[in-house]
Ligand binder design. Structure first.
Ligand SMILES: Nc1ncnc2c1ncn2[C@@H]1O[C@H](COP(=O)(O)OP(=O)(O)OP(=O)(O)O)[C@@H](O)[C@H]1O
Length: 317
């Protein structure tokens, strides 16, 4: 473990017993250093939450090690938990409180000085543009505001490691940007951040490192640039089909995927002009309504890694 590592996971295995026994984690290695946001991507059921729950001591691994700033988190989950702040997938109920009171309460419970807690809570609520709801009874706030409040509760007095499980769920696009800034800010302040997300497109701009989980195994781990370089020299073509028409792809197109009226495929950059000519011809003949050609994104790499079968989930998220 390097000196700046806040989380080191090695060979982590967890199998849920029962009739349909599931190997949820099947030998996972993962590192988060101070100052880093590490994104954990993966399809539904890939094992992300299982991994997170083991890090915070809610689930006991079958095998492997978890070290949080030098503390053996498997042997001493209580000690480790004090070093970790987690925003769980489900919001902690805060009925009877207001967002501001809930955030301040967590700060006090975690041992921060009252004046610091008040200041930090106020700053976070402002930064996330929650001012209009800060003093509203929690029962009356929307799902997005509740989600942002849960983030603020995690960030008000954060541990060395901050674990965020789908923090952007239910949050509107404008406040999502504010949230991403705060997530980045936690790392810039020296915390290590482990971020579980389906929001590949937005996470790409914030994370330093990514691990892609598939059926309990890390199938790729790299920087966003490192991962997208796998598709360097490739472009993505997106087409909207006319009603009742199926796409008859150009021969250079591979990895075609898509749904009812929209489809995407990957094409080599050196075939771009040929593909544009083909696409324009399809538009002229009425089979396509529009097309767009763009550099391959991290989302494209992700879809290719995890398999076109998962595409719908990624797009919906
Ligand atoms: N308590 C449990 N008992 C039995 N099986 C479980 C339990 N929790 C999770 N599983 C199974 O383990 C696998 C991994 O689940 P996990 O929740 O870790 O995935 P995930 O990547 O977090 O998924 P999602 O993106 O949908 O939250 C799934 O097949 C799931 O059905």
């Amino acid at each position: 473990m390097g000196p700046a590592e806040v989380l080191t996971v090695r060979g982590l295995r967890k199998r849920y017993r029962g009739r349909r026994g599931v190997q949820a984690n099947d030998g996972i290695d993962l590192d988060v250093a101070a100052g880093q946001v590490v994104g954990l991507l993966g399809h539904n059921g890939a094992g992300k939450t299982t991994l997170v729950h083991q890090v915070v001591g809610l689930v006991r691994p079958d095998a492997g090690t978890i070290t949080v700033t030098g503390v053996d988190a498997v042997a001493h989950p209580d000690q480790a938990r004090r070093l970790v702040s987690i925003q769980a997938q489900a919001n902690v109920p805060i009925s009877g409180l207001t967002p501001r009171r809930a955030v301040e309460l967590v700060g006090r419970i975690r041992g921060a000085a009252p004046a610091d807690v008040r200041r930090r809570a106020g700053d976070l609520l402002d930064a996330l543009d929650l001012g209009p709801w800060a003093d509203t009874p929690a029962e009356k706030v929307s799902g997005g505001v509740a989600r942002l409040t849960a983030f603020a509760m995690t960030a008000v007095h954060p541990g060395r490691l901050v674990v965020l499980d789908e923090p952007t769920n239910d949050v509107d696009p404008v406040r999502r940007r504010l949230l991403w800034q705060q997530i980045r800010g936690l790392a810039d302040a020296g915390h290590g951040v482990l971020l579980v997300t389906h929001n590949v497109r937005e996470a790409e701009r914030v994370v330093d490192h990514l691990a892609v989980l598939d059926k309990g195994v890390v199938i790729a781990a790299d920087t966003p640039a490192g991962l997208t370089s796998r598709l360097r020299g490739s472009l993505t073509i997106e087409v909207d089909t006319a009603p009742g028409e199926a796409v008859r792809w150009h021969p250079a197109a591979t990895g075609a995927a898509g749904g009812h009226l929209r489809a995407t495929a990957t094409v080599p950059a050196d075939a771009a002009s040929d593909v544009v000519r083909w696409a324009q011809g399809e538009v002229d003949s009425g089979r396509l309504e529009r097309y767009a050609l763009a550099p391959a994104s991290l989302e494209d790499v992700y879809v290719q890694l995890v398999g076109a079968g998962q595409e719908q989930e990624v797009r919906v998220a």
